[in-house]
Design a protein. Structure first.
Length: 454
């Protein structure tokens, strides 16, 4: 009897295996639910057999492509969170910034089809890893600056949550050394601009940080930051440091939809308010929000949800509001300071944050909004810049963008330094727009920005 049962099990497993090989998708496909690329059927070659890679790759294929896999994964996740003691607030704080759907594309397509990511460098703004990266970072040159920055000594700077009882809770903390290092980098970037150019610095908290206020406005009084004051004391006259915390606080306290709940980004509304405040401070007559036509994408579950896939967060599903450009706009991939493949400005084929610009593309890209102002701007940014860039188009002929993270940028692809691009593309201003994950005390500021400057 035991032999018969074993035989039937072998026959059943064999039949399932044959069906899997015949009917399963053999290509690598993106799973939006799992936020990754599912394994493809491996190629049978002499090298893969001898190296032993074939067995591992085939096992990955079987695990990723078995029948009803999505339903089984969803059921297991739901069961796990059914007994979870984590509150919604704890789940919202645990999300990562990794919203990448990385697809291995043919070499010819890779540079034009890179998909957006926001790689989390650290949950805290001050980590040992950041200090180690800083030790190896290239020292930026600041001798060319018109005004020599001061050297100010202080212990630390913070972003604070203002509690209802009058106390304060530190949401982000940066050491004086971290602030000084960032100021040196920003001064070096400002020094390559024309005499009348300005480097604007915008350091944005992630949703995981901002929602500690935004989702508790009845219990908290607000938030504040002394980081920008500390930075301003260390930068030259060509650097303008803007407080995203101060700009967004009244809108958050008014209950406006400034940050997503299940994704780490700000909304386009939040990006508009920040861009508008910076441009107005620079003397521009800005475009009122109501002049933009909008469209919406509902039921968006972003990177925070995908980190835990908790049913508790599904009730917080977000809506992505898209603000259409005022004039017909175009975007192109840029390499060697020349326009290459065309890219979307608003990509309505996407149902998430990648609707903005179709995600991040490198090594550089440019937006042309149809305006003739005689000025061009460069945004050094992570994906927080994607929602903001379209709002800069009415004020500049061209909006150039670069994200130095490895997923999008190599110096070889760029075929030039930032200094080269500023000179060849006629850049008059630079906007540094970074989330806390790529801001002060991270590899982006401490290493990637200095090593790509010249």
């Amino acid at each position: 009897m035991s032999f018969v049962l074993t035989l039937w099990w072998l026959i059943l497993c064999g039949a399932l295996g044959v069906c899997l090989l015949l009917f399963a998708d053999k290509d690598a496909v993106v799973s939006a639910d799992e936020n990754r690329t599912l394994a493809a059927l491996p190629s049978l070659t002499r090298d893969t057999i001898l190296s032993g890679d074939l067995d591992e790759a085939f096992e990955d294929f079987l695990c990723d492509k078995f029948f009803l896999r999505t339903q089984v994964v969803d059921a297991a996740t739901a069961m796990k969170h059914l007994f979870s003691a984590l509150t919604v607030d704890e789940l919202l704080s645990e999300g990562t910034d990794d919203d990448t759907l990385v697809i291995d594309l043919p070499e010819a397509e890779t540079s034009a089809e890179t998909i957006d990511t926001e790689t989390q460098e650290t949950e805290s703004a001050q980590t040992v890893a950041a200090d180690e990266q800083a030790d190896t970072a290239a020292e930026p040159e600041t001798e060319d600056s018109d005004t020599v920055a001061q050297q100010v000594s202080f212990d630390e700077a913070n972003v604070w949550l203002e509690n209802a009882d009058g106390t304060k809770t530190a949401l982000l903390t940066y050491s004086g050394e971290d602030i000084q290092r960032a100021a040196d980098v920003f001064n070096a970037y400002a020094a390559i601009l024309p005499d009348d150019g300005t480097l604007h610095v915008l350091l944005a908290p992630r949703a995981q940080t901002a929602n500690k206020l935004a989702l508790h406005t009845d219990d908290e009084n607000g938030w504040s930051s002394d980081v920008e004051t500390a930075l301003s004391a260390l930068t030259t006259d060509k650097v303008s440091v803007h407080s995203v915390v101060d700009i967004l606080e009244p809108h958050i306290l008014a209950g406006e939809y400034i940050y997503f709940r299940t994704d780490h980004h700000w909304t386009a509304l939040g990006a508009y308010y920040v861009a508008d405040a910076v441009l107005e401070a620079a003397g521009y007559r800005t475009v009122p929000l109501e002049e933009y036509q909008t469209s919406e994408i509902g039921d968006f579950l972003g990177s925070i949800y995908l980190h835990q896939r908790s049913a508790k967060l599904k009730s917080l599903a977000d809506t992505v509001t898209v603000y259409e450009p005022l004039l017909p706009a175009e975007s192109y991939r840029v390499a060697n300071a020349y326009r290459k493949a065309e890219l979307p400005v608003i990509d309505m084929t996407q149902d998430d944050y990648k609707v903005f610009l179709g995600g991040t593309h490198g090594p550089y890209r440019v937006l042309d909004g149809g305006y003739h102002t005689g000025q061009n701007v460069l945004m050094v940014c992570d994906s927080f810049g994607n929602a903001m860039a379209p709002f800069l188009m009415p004020y500049y002929d061209s909006v150039y963008m670069v994200d130095f993270r490895d997923s999008y940028y190599t110096r070889e692809d760029a075929q030039g330094s930032v200094s080269d691009y500023v000179r060849r593309c006629g850049i008059t201003d630079i906007y540094v727009v970074l989330s806390e994950s790529d801001g002060i005390a991270t590899q982006f500021v401490n290493q990637l920005m200095p090593e790509n400057l010249k």
